[in-house]
Structures are given as C-alpha cells and as structure tokens.
Design a binder for this molecule. Structure first.
Ligand SMILES: *Cc1c(COP(=O)(O)O)cnc(C)c1O
Length: 462
C-alpha cells in the first residue's frame, strides 16, 4: 500500500458536518442533532484511524456502517423473522416464542407496578415467586421452585449454594459441554465445588458413585446429555437408584435436566424426554432446567426440589445476581397455566408446532402454493427437528415449499429472503431452498406469502 492510496482513501472520507447535514434530511427529527453528530464523529474517527493504520479498504465500509448504525438508532420496532428452518427450538432465533397470553402478561407487568415483593394483605414485605412455587408444585410435585436468569445460572447457583468447597461426584459421560463453551467442569470450578469424575464415558454404575462418597462429599450431580447421544454398550443407574444412594449416605442428588419438559413427548411421536415431574418423583433434591426450551416460556432458569434445598439456594448471595425480573416471572407463570388447563397444544407455540400432523402441514403448504402461482415453488415432504439441545437426532415428518434455484443460487435466494422487509429464514438442503411449514407461526401465512411473492429475484421462468 502506497502513501498515495492512503491519501486518496483519506480524501474520500466525508466531513462530519457534511455527513450530518445529508443524514438529517433522511431522518428528520428521529434522532436529536447532538446524538447524530456524536455518532457520525465516532464513525469518521474510527474510519480515519483504521486508514492510517493501513486498512485503506475500510473507506468502502463507511457508508454501509453509517446506514446500519442509523438503522439501529431509529429502529422503532423489534425486528422479527419467520422461521422456515424446521428447527422448533432455534437458539439463534431466540429459542421458544411465548404464547400470546404470556406475551400480554409480560407487557402488562412491564407497564405497571406489581406486588413483586409485598403482601397485598399485610402491606409488609413478602417473598418473591410464591405463585411460581404453587404452579410448579401442582405440575411436578416439587415442594419449592426458584426462577433465575437461565439454566446456566441455575446450575452455577445450585452448586455454589449446596456444594461450595465440597466434592461433587459426576459420571465421566456427563462432564460435558452443553454449548457455547459452557462446560460442566468449568461451571463446577467457578462454583467452588470439587469435581470428582467416576466411571467411564459410556458406562458408569452405582458402585462407581458409591465408592467415591466420603465425608467431604456434598452431592451427586447428574446432567442430561441433551445435545448428543451415546448408544450401544452403555449403562447408567436409574435416577431413583442415584437418589436412594445419595440419601442413604446423607448427601444430595442434583440434576441438570436441560429442557424442563412438562409433557410426555412420546404422545407427539418423539422419543421420551425426561420430565420435571419424573425427576421430582425419583427423589432428586434440586433439579435445574431452562424456561425457554421445551417449557415454551421466556428465557429463564428453574430450580425446583425440596424446600430445604431450594431455601438454601434462595439465600445464597449469588441468587440476587441471577434473579428474574417481574416481566419474566409474569411470562413464566402465564406459560405454566396453559399446562394446568391442558391447552399447551393450542396456546404454546412450540407445542402447537410439535402437534401439527403432516397432513395438516401438507394442507397448509398447498394453500401457500395456490396463492403463489409460480412454477418455481414445489410442494415437498421434509423433516423438522426439535433443536435447542433437546431430543438430538429425533425428527418429525413435515411438509414445506421448495424453491427451485433457477438463475439465482440457493445461497443468493436464502440471502434475499433474510434481507426482506419481513425476513424469512429458510433451510438450504440438497441445492434447494426449503421453507418448512411446521415452524412458521400460525399467524404468519400472509406475511410469508408476501415475502416470497415480492422478494425473490424472479427473472424469466424455469
Ligand atoms: C440448554 C442446557 C443448559 C443451558 O441452559 P440455558 O438456559 O441456555 O442457560 C444447561 N444444561 C443442559 C443439559 C442444557 O440442555
């Protein structure tokens, strides 16, 4: 890179004043002049120092960066996307969308004062989360429940409160990475508990656990292998056997069950996913789970179990750092009430998706197809997956639309769908762009058809 190139790049860098002037014409009063000037100044300074540092191509990025920063400043609605991937609990798309009543409850809690920590009867300070405990007691038999930020926080908090400075016994096959670098051995270290691995990757029996329990041992921890499967020559004791062993030695059984499932997945044609009720029934002292996987609620973690274990956890200093806010509490409670009324298949989006039959989805895609009247759309059979680290390798038969590539490549088509005014995330499979009907929310049909109709760079016919 020559000095000339650098000088020419610097010459192309617009002045702060000129940029602010031209941007103001587009934005009007959407952003106050002070903040607009500050934003442009930061971007001009950053671009200049990168050019001086040798990155002359940075000048090409000035305008796109400016546009995306301005879009972030004026964005007056939450960007939503249509999930056509067929992955139901899609972590990158925000896991489970909540039901309409849950969303309304969250908005209502957000807009009002609520009796979060006060008793209506006495006017005195009262405990948080009594409703959550009552709901979970009915649904799972748990004596007490505590809501926290997410399951990762739930495990960290439970281990810190119940096992800090003590040994915790974990099967070698369960000292796993859950995702995003979240590893059981690391969380354990962070909590101050001492990890004692027993058994082998594929087989751990009751004796392996029993032989390591001593007076410095606080608990056995068992972790649901949610995002992978070990099959073949495997063995692990039943949860109730682990509970009996732990209790006979005066220690606790803690379980990270992952998904927080409250229904029998067998009824949906899926493999059996352990339920929270089964864990409580087996005698687990403290179970941790996510609120936004198979429970279908907002992002949260749940810790449920015996009153003494949950009380000890509630009183730990970390509990304050990871507690839920009033909106999440309201959303969780509202979600749980759907299960009490047995209406999850109609009300909770992920269970609505899970309970659609292939015939229903075929009918739905046929309606889309009829509305589109374009030869490039084909009706296809496909398969949806559960996602979110739940039920690995288990699929549901589904139906969808395939877009025959034509002159644009599948990658280009997928990109233009994502960049549409109402973005659609399709799946690219076997050189085809597919929209899986199962994960498209019930009220998104029209928006989907509109995006398909207007976005695709259709030129000529197939
Ligand atoms: C998903 C998962 C976690 C992490 O839960 P978050 O709610 O994302 O914090 C922990 N353990 C298991 C077994 C999981 O499946």
């Amino acid at each position: 890179m020559s000095d000339d190139q650098m000088r020419s790049a610097l010459r192309r860098l617009p002045s702060v004043d000129a940029t602010v002037q031209s941007v103001r014409q587009e934005l009007g009063d959407a952003v106050d002049q002070r903040y607009l000037t500050e934003t442009v100044r930061q971007l001009v300074d950053m671009t200049r120092s990168r050019i001086l540092g040798g990155d002359i191509r940075c000048i090409e990025m000035f305008e796109p960066r400016l546009q995306s920063t301005l879009a972030a400043l004026v964005g007056n609605r939450v960007q939503t996307v249509i999930n056509g991937t067929g992955v139901i609990v899609h972590t990158n798309l925000g896991r489970s969308p909540v039901s309409r009543p849950a969303a309304d409850a969250m908005a209502r809690a957000a807009r009002n004062y609520v009796p979060l920590e006060v008793s209506l009867e006495s006017g005195e300070r009262g405990g948080r989360g009594a409703e959550l405990s009552a709901l979970m007691a009915a649904l799972t038999g748990a004596e007490a429940t505590l809501g926290v930020n997410n399951n990762a926080a739930a495990i960290l908090l439970a281990l810190s409160a119940l096992c800090g400075g003590k040994r915790v016994i974990v099967s070698r096959g369960e000292a796993v990475e859950i995702g995003g670098g979240f590893r059981i051995p690391d969380v354990m270290r962070q909590s101050g508990a001492i990890l004692v691995e027993v058994g082998t990757t594929n087989r751990t029996n009751l004796r392996d656990y029993a032989s390591e329990i001593d007076e410095d041992t606080a608990a056995i921890l068992t972790v649901h292998a949610s995002n992978f499967e070990i099959s073949g020559f495997t063995y692990k004791p039943a949860l109730s056997e682990l509970a009996a062993l732990a209790h006979s030695k005066g220690i606790l059984l803690i379980e990270d069950v992952g998904s927080g499932c409250l229904v029998q997945t067998d009824d949906y044609g899926l493999a059996h996913e352990p339920t929270l009720a089964e864990s409580i029934e087996a005698g687990v002292d403290a179970v941790t789970a996510s609120g936004d996987k198979l429970l279908g609620g907002p992002q949260a973690g749940l810790i449920l179990g015996t009153r003494s274990a949950v009380d000890a956890i509630r009183q730990h200093p970390l509990a304050r750092a990871v507690r839920t806010d009033k909106t999440v509490q309201a959303g969780l409670e509202s979600t749980l009430r759907h299960y009490l009324r047995n209406e999850q298949d109609e009300e909770i989006p992920i269970w609505w998706m899970m309970s659609r039959t292939r015939d229903q989805l075929v009918e739905r895609t046929a309606r889309w197809h009829a509305a589109l009247t374009d030869e490039r759309f084909r009706l296809i059979n496909t398969t949806s997956v559960i996602g979110g680290g739940s039920l690995p390798g288990k699929t549901l038969p589904s139906a969808g639309l395939a877009i025959v590539p034509g002159e644009s490549s599948p990658t280009e088509i997928a990109r233009s769908l994502r960049l549409a005014e109402q973005p659609v995330f399709p799946r690219v499979e076997n050189d085809c762009v597919i929209i899986d009907a199962r994960t498209v929310l019930p009220d998104q049909d029209e928006a989907l058809i509109e995006t398909l109709r207007t976005t695709l760079p259709f030129s000529g016919s197939v």
